[in-house]
Design a protein around this ligand. Sequence first.
Ligand code: ADP
Length: 286
Amino acid sequence: MDNLKVEIEELSYEYPFSKKKVLNNISLSIFSGESVGIIGRNGSGKSTLCFVLTGLVPSFFGGRRTGRVLIDGVDVLQIPKENLVRKVGLVLQNPFSQISGAKTTVFEEVAFGLENLGIERDEMVERIEKVLKRFNLWEKRIQNPFELSGGQLQRLAIASTIALEPEILILDEPTSQLDPQGTTEVFEVLSELKKSGMTIIIVEHKFEKLVEYVDKLIFLHDGSLVGYGKPEEIFSMREIDIYNVGEPVYTTLCKNIDVKNAHGNYPVHFNEAAELLKGVFQKDDG
Ligand code: ADP
């Protein structure tokens, strides 16, 4: 199928000096333009899967990878580094660690990655202006990155990655260091990127936010794929409770009084849960 973007086939991985498979025989596909979340308890392999998709595992970390990880039909390990940057962008948890620290203005910070790619001056300036305006940071262009708020700094980290024009954006807990305002700012940016057709893969523990935004969830436990499907299907799996993964509060509420939607799943969105609960209470009143 021509709009398949990522294909993972029987992927297993062990870090160096570790006999344990951190990823164990995982197979799944992601279509172009999909937004996919990765959930699972700490240590289930979420970050490692992100690193596999960028080729950092095993190129940077070493260790043993078996199976295949294809982007547009080519294994990430076969894609030359300069091309891979244009395929996959990675945004990490802590925006402070993502910011180069070498540049004194927001503008120069975005330029840093582009210079490394050898982009010509005119195109570089054009891209920086576009991306800073898009992420509402243009007014801050002459400020020092470290003067920004957490939300602004993470938006800058995402903007710097997007300036490289990757086709797939991977974010590993991008809001974990942010307050509610910063979290909302990051999700607004992600919604906009989703609308533009970008393929997005995100690890995120704020499930109420995550389900508003993703099409599907990858559910990992102990390196194995437990489920892959719509958020309401995944959060209705028994393994969510068994492995103590957590879930959106609206799902917990409906689970407690066993209220399911027409598909036989527990709702994950506020509106749907509210509607279903209203129905239950009205019936009780009658
Ligand atoms: P998650 O992101 O779900 O918390 P990780 O992918 O970070 O999970 O880790 C999965 C497993 O791999 C854990 O058991 C962790 O201890 C182990 N691990 C992570 N990084 C390394 C490393 N560099 N070397 C050896 N083991 C590691």
